[in-house]
Design a protein around this ligand. Structure first.
Ligand code: BGC
Length: 270
């Protein structure tokens, strides 16, 4: 019987953008759940190494892996390194993402392309490499019911339009359709693919929205539950979606947002 305290024991996870923000929260929660974790980064190697060291000192397994997820050759090299280190992959977490905010009339093609390349194309490239390895290796019933799990980190902005962020919202809407399409395609092969849509989680990407009391008060008007999220809120959800506890969950999006998608303006308006 599997130890319920370590639902991801003997599994290998790869988390893109694992050296900061939500990615770091997912890395830490998955390592605590027993997974060996590849901590991908594109900048700040020292942050990735620090997380890896802490996991190892706590008795876990982790490795830092450099790659720009929008570059096919770098993604392939990262997978080769991960497989060399841990033998295979069971859990792919497509987390790496960024914002380049601009009003439509000012948005440059570079800002548009960069956000689509990292947030959407990066998820495609990593999902494809992970699925190839899942299918090569096949099922190991003693490890997990599925042959592999893919978790796409989306956003509440896959459904909430966001003025001044058309590139970002489009990338997240795209993730939803990519996720559902590949989930439909690969379910018969026993690969489960789902998304997590975080709301406002306190990380560097949205620092301006929470770092002063005034900004945080404004932000909280959008969150019925009355607090901003922390990276572990997403990490805990990711562990569940990667574990056999969610084995019948496929092709869906789990909103982890304190109710941000409940149209809070309508609590008193409308
Ligand atoms: C964005 C954050 C924002 C949050 C809620 C996230 O996807 O990256 O900047 O605070 O959505 O609007």
């Amino acid at each position: 019987m599997r130890d319920p305290k370590f639902p991801l024991q003997n599994q290998v996870a790869l988390v893109t953008g694992g050296n900061s923000g939500i990615g770091e929260g997912i890395v830490r929660c998955m390592a605590e759940a027993g997974a060996a974790v590849g901590v991908n980064y594109v900048s700040h190697p020292e942050a990735a190494e620090k997380i890896v060291d802490e996991i190892k000192r706590a008795g876990g397994k982790a490795v830092a892996l450099e790659a720009d997820v929008s570059k096919e050759d770098q993604v392939k090299a990262m997978f080769a390194q991960l497989l060399e280190e841990f033998g295979t992959i069971d859990i792919m977490v497509n987390n790496a993402g960024l914002q380049r905010d601009a009003a439509l009339l000012e948005m440059t093609l570079e800002e548009w392309n960069l956000v689509i390349d990292i947030n959407l194309t990066g998820q495609f490239l990593c999902s494809r490499e992970a699925a190839r390895e899942f299918l090569r290796r096949g099922v190991r019933p003693e490890i997990s019911c599925a042959i592999g799990k893919i978790i796409c980190v989306s956003s509440v902005h896959q459904i909430i339009p966001w003025a001044g962020h058309a590139n970002y919202a489009a990338s997240k809407g795209g993730i939803n359709m990519m996720m559902q399409s590949i989930a439909q395609e690969l379910a018969p092969q026993k690969i489960r693919i789902n998304s997590i849509a975080p709301g406002a989680i306190k990380t560097p990407i949205n620092r301006a929205a929470w770092e002063t009391p005034e900004a945080e008060a404004q932000l909280l008007k959008l969150i019925p539950y009355g607090r901003a999220g922390v990276p572990r809120d997403i990490g805990d959800a990711a562990v569940w979606l990667a574990s056999d506890k969610s084995d019948y969950v496929n092709g869906t999006t789990l909103f982890v947002d304190g109710g941000m998608t409940l149209y809070p303006g309508f609590a008193t308006g409308g």
